[in-house]
Design a protein around this ligand. Sequence first.
Ligand SMILES: *Cc1c(COP(=O)(O)O)cnc(C)c1O
Length: 357
Amino acid sequence: MIKKLFIPGPVDVHPDVLQAMATPMIGHRMPEYAVLHGRVKAGLKCLLATEKPVFLATSSAFGVMEGAVRNLVGSRCVNFCNGAFSDKWHDVTVRCGKEADAVKAEWGKPITPEMVDAALATGRYDSMTLIHNETSTGVMSPLPEIAAVLGNYPDVVSIIDTVSSMSAFSIPVDELGIDCCIFGVQKAFALPPGLAVFTASERALDRAKSVEGRGYYFDFLEFEANDAKDNTPSTPCISQIYALDKQLERMFAEGLERRWERHRQMAEYVRGWVAERGYGFFADEPYRSVTLTCAVNSRGTDLASLKKMLGGRGFAFDDGYGKIKGKTFRIPHMGDMQLADLGEFLAVTDECLGELG
Ligand SMILES: *Cc1c(COP(=O)(O)O)cnc(C)c1O
């Protein structure tokens, strides 16, 4: 049975976007590809509110998250960690042979501007990583306030993951001064997985020039050289770029502000349901994510059984991630999801909860 996805990524893909993936193939060194690439790039620059180069990488988000570390970490990196993905990014940084420290907040808590300031004020770091929206815990850290702090440290290259927030929330990359903004497309962007997008400021590209061991596949300077020809260093996932082109068209047709507002309304609706059913929230206000709600299983619901029951009724349900599996569950409200989809899902969830007793 094909299940309707209520997991925080991958999320359901609109039929028009799936259809775009069936466009007949072209060669990436043919002029037709440069036209497609150029159009997608222009759309992304508008969406990200950036004049900086925007690159397309054929990989999941972690490919570029690793690539960014290899290109942009010179002497020492600070990884801000408050959940499974940010903890892993620290591990990846160390595995790349970089000097790095993890500054940790408890899972469920945000990274605060004060934490960032305290770490950078030591003068030990030339780079930092941060996950804007920790998908494992449903926590959205206050990016504008953190960006204001980063403004005081012009020698620190900022690498920010917006995998589960880009397009659902206003993230004006240039205004925030983000040096490298990274996202995969299977979450907030609602595309099939396998494509990642990233930006690089002049500061980022200058840093890359001075860093050894960038490798080839994710070498930012290779991306920069090919970008001038609206192209990529190696063969890109052309079908997915057709899908991204279609999805950008759909996003602009909806309107970005309306898209942000839809996410805000869906978040409010799901939070209302969680509170009414007597569950808790893993994140405190005002740090609850607009793209997913992480509920605390304070009623002691048998989440494994609930997942099975929902599966039988055609819905994929998420019973928590990593070390908080079973203690929490996550309800996504991202991508192209509408309030009506959530209404249907939560009504069936209520039926299942009734049967579970
Ligand atoms: C899912 C996710 C990732 C990992 O993405 P992959 O595409 O699986 O590499 C990284 N960061 C965040 C915030 C995520 O939600």
